[in-house]
Ligand binder design. Structure first.
Ligand SMILES: Cc1ncc(COP(=O)(O)O)c(C=O)c1O
Length: 440
């Protein structure tokens, strides 16, 4: 297998200049700077090519260089690049709203609010829940990541991300169940909190940054019944799970329950435009007063047109089916790795997969070794212990099989302590990630 000397000279030069951008926006994985994309591959500023197994943090749904999407964006921008939707409407925002309502579960009247990032979409959902119920409390889960804006950051509970920010109270965090036996205790805690005036429970259907953790099948359904008894809402954060990644439009569809509010971002525009949205029951969404959650760039015409095109591509090219099929293929191959001592678990649904590596931080080393072989995965989890596998939904069988060979080789090298010293040095120098980095 060919090895790449990465990060190369140009990447190293750019790496030095990253000091121009604040430390908080640096959770560097490998010290690489990208220059272009090509289908399911990304190419760095040294010309090194990698098969993309991270998709810009689960955003790149349909691959790089999609002329059809870029043309829709460009044509719309040439005609009307902006209207400031709250003042004067544009048809692209309305058409995207129609599409989102159409593909979101729930046999009730729905409305959409547009945002610029997943985080601000979560802020919107929390505002809606508080205004609609007249209650303040928000229950979220330990190990969750919901974003970095005001309310989303308070809902987040991952490592020490909220440290020193003097955030407001009103947020409660309970354990996220992964085993059937945990459900009754967790529901008991939630039921106790519901007595205190809770507006909503906010959950990722499958925790992403926390480490690709799925709850038992019936958890959300049971939770939903409790919420309805206490007039509290169920908000799902589909920012990472959404748009086909689990083989269905939305991750929550794997759990047979209809949320009151669904928040999506990342993959809805395939990385071609920064846009997010919340979709919720009409009477809830419309509890917010004029301009309590509205943005100059929310409902931006070219971004909405591009997102609608991406959703059409997902449907027309049967990419949800592909995510299931290729996901099963990857899972079939990679779960064999559990036989190795250094692999603790392999889990996930569709193309939202994670390989848990036993010793903290080895996922970072595994990732660093993968990129030397030309494969670009991520890593996350509390200790960066999960190799993050989230390729574009357009991944082919051939690409998937090639990637499994690389991952198997890397795990074998870790097991046999054959990772070259130089790779470990690079890991120590460049790798950071969101989780706590444990020095060794
Ligand atoms: C589950 C989840 N929610 C919310 C967010 C925040 O989205 P954004 O970074 O677009 O604000 C993320 C981003 O990683 C996420 O994974």
């Amino acid at each position: 297998m060919k090895l790449i000397d990465t990060p190369g000279k140009n990447c190293r030069e750019f790496y030095k200049k990253t000091k121009l951008i604040g430390r908080t926006q640096n959770a560097c994985l490998y010290g690489i700077t990208f220059h272009e994309g090509d289908g399911n591959y990304v190419i760095d500023v040294d010309g090194n090519k990698y098969l993309d197994f991270l998709s810009g943090a689960a955003s790149n749904t349909i691959g790089y260089g999609r002329r059809d999407v870029v043309e829709v964006y460009a044509k719309t921008a040439m005609r009307l690049q902006h209207s400031c939707y709250p003042y004067t409407f544009n048809k692209e925002a309305i058409e995207l709203a129609e599409k989102l309502i159409d593909i979101t579960p729930g046999d009730f009247e729905k409305k959409v609010l547009f945002d610029l990032s997943g985080s601000s979409g979560i802020d919107g959902a929390i505002k809606v829940a508080r205004k609609f119920t007249g209650k303040k409390g928000i229950i979220a889960f330990k190990n969750s990541y919901h974003g970095a804006t005001g309310l989303a950051m308070q809902a987040t509970n991952l490592v020490n991300l909220t440290e020193g920010l003097f955030l407001d109270n009103g947020f409660f965090h309970v354990n996220f169940p992964t085993e059937e036996e945990e459900i009754s205790d967790i529901l008991a805690q939630i039921n106790a909190l519901l007595q205190k005036g809770v507006a909503a429970v906010l959950a990722e259907p499958i925790q992403g940054d926390g480490g690709v953790l799925s709850p038992p099948k019936n958890f959300f359904k049971e939770l939903y019944y409790s919420l309805k008894e206490h007039d509290a809402l169920f908000i799902v954060d589909e920012i990472q799970t959404g748009v086909g990644r689990t083989g269905k439009w939305w991750g929550i569809e794997n759990f047979d329950v209809v949320p009151d509010i669904l928040v999506c971002g990342k993959g809805i525009s395939g990385g071609y435009a920064p846009i997010s949205a919340l979709i919720g029951e009409e009477k809830m969404v419309d509890s917010l007063e004029k301009v309590q959650h509205s943005f100059t760039y929310g409902g931006h015409p070219p971004s909405c047109a591009a997102a609608k095109k991406v959703l059409e591509v997902v449907e027309e090219e049967k990419l949800m089916e592909n995510a299931s099929r290729i996901g099963e293929l990857l899972s079939g191959e990679l779960k064999e790795l559990k036989a190795y001592n250094v692999v603790k678990d392999f889990r996930g649904i569709g193309l939202m997969l994670g390989l848990e590596i036993v010793t903290e931080n080895l996922a970072g080393i595994a990732g660093m070794r993968c990129i030397e072989y030309g494969l670009y995965p991520g890593y996350y989890g509390k200790y960066n212990e999960i190799l993050r596998i989230q390729p574009p939904l357009t991944l082919t069988k051939k690409e998937a099989l090639w990637a499994t060979k690389i991952i198997k080789k890397v795990i074998e090298e870790i097991e046999n302590k054959e990772i070259p010293k130089n790779t470990i040095e690079k890991y120590k120098k460049y790798s950071c990630g969101i989780g706590e980095k444990i020095e060794f």
